[in-house]
Design a protein around this ligand. Structure first.
Ligand SMILES: [Mg+2]
Length: 236
């Protein structure tokens, strides 16, 4: 069971040639909370599409999320919507809360091998966020929900598609994620797994995250500071 902010053993990552990062709440911290804007936009989309009150639309949005993995998938299955229109509306957000993070950029740049963003969002959302952080140029490619044929993580088929498209040997790769369930498939594929947890949310919340991952054999490391973690990995 990993301890929060245990210093990684650089030897654990010496074989890694491909570095795979989730975007939201991983490359920027949880407290920035861009998702609340996306969440609101999705509610608006459902309300407008189905001519519902916002409360009703929100309940349906959450039901589709739980039943289909994403709200989008539920809307596609039950209402045959155009996914591009939905994704564009959902990600029409203000990125000004994201500030340039040169130390993070330097750490990502210094990692030996290729770097990927692997997101259930879109390429344009990932580009906008990574550009705001000043780290976009350090990535080789972005694999998004469109490339995944709208089948989100944690579906195993989506990781297989990512790996085969990019010729990633998963036994020589590492995955960084804020959702424990999204680390199950990578771990089964032989990837090193790192769970990002929220910072400064109080002992109770951290305890809950620790408990969640204590039960979770899919997490090799757990950290609330991606930059510090990568610097420790690089000290080899
Ligand atoms: Mg995430």
């Amino acid at each position: 069971m990993p301890q929060l902010n245990a210093t990684p053993n650089p030897a654990d990552f010496a074989h890694v040639r491909d570095w795979v990062f989730d975007l939201d709440n991983t490359l920027y911290p949880h407290h920035v909370n861009l998702f609340s804007q996306i969440d609101r936009n999705m509610t608006d989309f459902v309300a407008e599409l189905l001519q519902m009150e916002r409360d009703e639309a929100r309940a349906l949005q959450k039901r589709y999320y739980h039943e289909h993995g994403t709200t989008l998938k539920g809307l596609m299955v039950h209402h045959g919507i155009n996914p591009d229109a939905f994704l564009e509306k959902a990600h029409a957000i203000d990125y000004s809360a994201l500030l340039p993070h040169p130390e993070l950029g330097e750490a990502i740049r210094a990692l030996p091998g290729r770097k990927f963003i692997f997101t259930n969002g879109t390429v344009s959302h990932a580009e906008a966020a990574a550009r705001a952080l000043g780290i976009l140029d350090h990535f080789d490619d972005i694999f998004d929900i469109v490339a995944a044929d709208y089948v989100p993580k944690p579906a195993g088929a989506t990781y297989d598609k990512f790996a085969s498209l990019n010729r990633v040997d998963t036994r020589h790769a590492a995955m960084f994620e804020d959702l424990p369930r999204n680390l199950e498939a990578p771990r089964a594929l032989g990837m090193k797994t790192v769970l990002l947890v929220p910072r400064n949310l109080g002992d109770f919340v951290i305890e809950r995250w620790e408990q969640a991952s204590d039960e979770d054999p899919n997490v090799d490391y757990m950290t609330d500071d991606l930059t510090a973690f990568l610097h420790a990995v690089l000290a080899r």
